[in-house]
Design a protein around this ligand. Sequence first.
Ligand SMILES: [Zn+2]
Length: 310
Amino acid sequence: MAGKRDDFTEKTKRILGYRAGNRCSNPHCRVPTHGPSNEGPDKINNIGNAAHITAAAPGPGARRYNRALKPEQRRSITNGIWLCTSCATLIDNDDKTYTVALLNEWKKKAEDQAKREQGKKLPGEHDAINTLVAAASGQTAVFLPNLMSNASKATSGYLEGLDQRFIVETSFHKGITHHIIHPKDPVDVKFKIKSDFSREFGSKYKALVEQGKKLVIDSSAVELRGSALLEKIAEDCEGTFELHSLLKKDAVIRTWLVSPDEKSKVNFYDLPGSAVAGTKSMTATSRALGGLLSMGISFSVDNFLTPIGG
Ligand SMILES: [Zn+2]
């Protein structure tokens, strides 16, 4: 009988497919194997295969061939497994990985799963995204427009939970998360400047106190203590640490065109901006026309006027 293949009957193949729910039995695959073919209203496209667990015939390409089996055992449904075309090729190129025991285990799992799923609704195409939306927004309905605002609320709520002395506003803009943190009452927070940055911080702090100039330093320079919230933000964020003068006010720099004899004077442009004050000087800065015009004027305490740019 050598060379004769013990093939499955068409009925055996069909039953193997149905018992696996017409899906590949490889637990890592499970693709549906049947669909319609556009060749005709009665045509199907089947990418499933009734594969032999132990080979249908001996020979060079045979895998897991068992000479002890009788032909009727070899073509019996118990020697078959329903697989998609690519998984059928996979198991017929490697009998070290895909052993008889493993294939019997796949078959059992696939039939158990088909039994559990029978009559139940399969996940829809949008179910995964709906689940994600529900998890992020707390809403079960598909309502994406609220997703970002709910994520902001959730982030603020989490951060406020770290230190209830603060109100946190969170917003997303151009890919950057902004947190604005307002203390409800005066809060005693200590920050320590790491020694590598002490010289840079020293000169910038002096400019803040004396001229009201905004202090900007890399956030890795600063260690915050006294609030779990601020410590968390300092630890998780890369960016800058800023200190602003409380004496900052909106200001307008008004410019004039004056004739050489000073007889005629025309208002040239009003540049909206801001003014900050320190203990030794006050600085007004403005930008207009998309940055084409910018101006800064610094007034020292003895009324000496020093333009700092234009
Ligand atoms: Zn497969």
